[in-house]
Design a protein. Structure first.
Length: 131
């Protein structure tokens, strides 16, 4: 449940420093329907910050969650979608220096293209003007 994910997340954060950024999405069915819906269509600003950091990014969560789907589609992070993927994804993250470099470069590119403050301000202003 959530407690297990929370404990695993706390342990993982202690194990890694600034070498790898981590994100974990809940696999459990969320009790609150609104929270479940938000998780399926939203993305934490921590993810955008991580992509722009120039540090390897590892995410763990089901591909139905928007942020996980986004990272997979943009090929900008090492992503494990389930327990079966976890070991191989972590080994690939640790051992594959070529892919490490590619993921960092792709993450920086995605952050610059999609998480640009100026661009986001213009989009928000445009939306507000249309209301």
């Amino acid at each position: 449940g959530r407690q297990t994910i929370g404990n695993a997340w706390s342990a993982a954060k202690k194990l890694v420093s600034d070498d790898i950024r981590l994100d974990a999405a809940y696999f459990d069915v969320v009790d609150d329907e609104m929270t479940a819906e938000v998780q399926m269509v939203s993305m934490s600003t921590k993810i955008a910050d991580s992509l722009a950091s120039g540090i390897l990014f590892f995410a763990y969560g089901p591909s139905e969650v928007f942020s996980i789907k986004y990272l997979i589609e943009n090929e900008c992070a090492f992503v494990a979608k389930n327990k079966n993927d976890l070991k191989d994804t972590i080994l690939n993250l640790v051992e594959n220096q070529k892919e490490q470099k590619e993921k960092i470069e792709k993450a920086l590119s995605v952050a610059k293209m999609n998480h640009n403050n100026d661009l986001n301000s213009r989009i928000l202003k445009s939306v507000c003007e249309d209301v």
